[in-house]
Design a protein around this ligand. Structure first.
Ligand SMILES: CC(=O)N[C@H](C=O)[C@@H](O)[C@H](O)[C@H](O)CO
Ligand SMILES: CC(=O)C(=O)O
Length: 317
């Protein structure tokens, strides 16, 4: 059974999958990436092969290799490595779940299948249950991201009685702006020790108020330290400082766009580690975008990107 000993909490970085200019995975920078997250951002939990990691754009074989590389390079450095194993094919999802268990990952997460879709809660639960059963010793997280999957079954409804069906169920990654649904998930499961991980980074402060126990997101790759300061301010009940942090993220980042392509460009700029372009059907962020991000970052005393690396955007081949 899943061990409840270490609950997944705090910040979890949704990892980018670094690629070369010709679209192959650039495994060679993953070790450096782990060190950057731990030392520069103070983030020790990661979520691999999710939205940000272009997990659904990778082949099954690539997903296995990426998962393995993160687990290997993160050994004795990271606290938890959760692998997203969702796929359209139940068989592929089960294969990836079993593989995650074999390589010693700390948990698995699954999105709803999004081409032929489950139309009811019970059908979705049955799918998730079959995947979870392929890794019966690993904590299982449901990844709710209705805007991308098109599966709009409310998380609150899904969670009702879920542990009877999926004994390894440990929590929810909630990537939606419906705070009423999120709040009800938290409220109706108070007796369980579930992790309630919020996934809309721009809105994290409001989710903390509703009871989030942690967050999974793309921006924690490069805003881990700053977001930790927001979490600390919240803990201390210094809400106006916490709001200042959240507002800065909103003002300076939201309107620039937060797609995976943009995240790859920003992370390259901030960390100096070449993330390369995304894979089709995504397109590399434009030069105009990266120039404007660079200017914004430099103008942001608040964020103090003193180590902002110039000229790294074309790297990665
Ligand atoms: C759609 C998407 O990728 N959502 C991510 C996590 O679920 C978030 O971390 C966003 O990247 C982030 O909130 C920035 O918009
Ligand atoms: C952001 C996130 O959680 C993901 O990339 O899947």
């Amino acid at each position: 059974m899943a061990s409840p000993k270490k609950k997944l909490q705090g910040l979890v970085a949704a990892t980018i999958t670094p690629m070369t200019e010709n679209g192959e995975i650039n495994f060679s920078v993953i070790g450096q990436y782990v060190d950057y997250l731990v030392k520069e951002q103070g983030v020790k939990n990661i979520f691999v092969n999710g939205t940000t990691g272009e997990g659904l754009s990778l082949s099954v074989s690539e997903r296995r290799q990426v998962a393995e590389e993160w687990v290997t390079k993160g050994k004795d450095k990271l606290d938890q490595v959760v692998i997203h194993v969702g796929a359209l094919s139940l068989k592929e999802s089960q294969e990836l779940a079993q593989h995650a268990a074999e390589i010693g990952a700390d948990g698995i997460a699954v999105i709803a299948p999004f081409f032929l879709k489950p139309w009811s809660k019970d059908v979705l639960i049955n799918f998730l249950k079959e995947v979870a059963a392929a890794a019966p010793a690993l904590p299982f997280y449901y990844y709710h991201i209705p805007a991308l999957t098109g599966v709009k079954i409310r998380a609150e409804e899904l969670l009702d009685g879920i542990q009877d069906k999926i004994p390894t169920f440990q929590g929810l990654k909630f990537s939606d702006t419906d705070l009423l649904d999120f709040g009800q998930c938290v409220d109706q499961n108070r007796q369980q020790q579930f992790a309630f991980l919020f996934g809309v980074d721009e809105q994290l402060l409001s989710a903390l108020v509703m009871g989030a126990t942690g967050a999974v997101g793309s921006t924690y790759n490069y805003l881990g330290r700053k977001t930790s300061q927001m979490l600390e301010a919240f803990e201390r009940k210094d809400f106006s400082l916490a709001l200042n942090y959240q507002s800065c993220f909103l003002v300076y980042f939201s309107h620039l766009g937060f797609g995976v392509s943009q995240t790859k460009a920003i992370m390259t700029l901030v960390s100096g580690i070449p993330m390369g372009p995304p894979r089709l059907p995504l397109q590399k962020a434009s030069r105009e975008f990266t120039d404007s991000v660079e200017a914004k970052l430099k103008s942001l005393d608040f964020l103090s990107f003193s180590d902002l690396k110039d000229g790294n955007l074309e790297a990665g081949s």
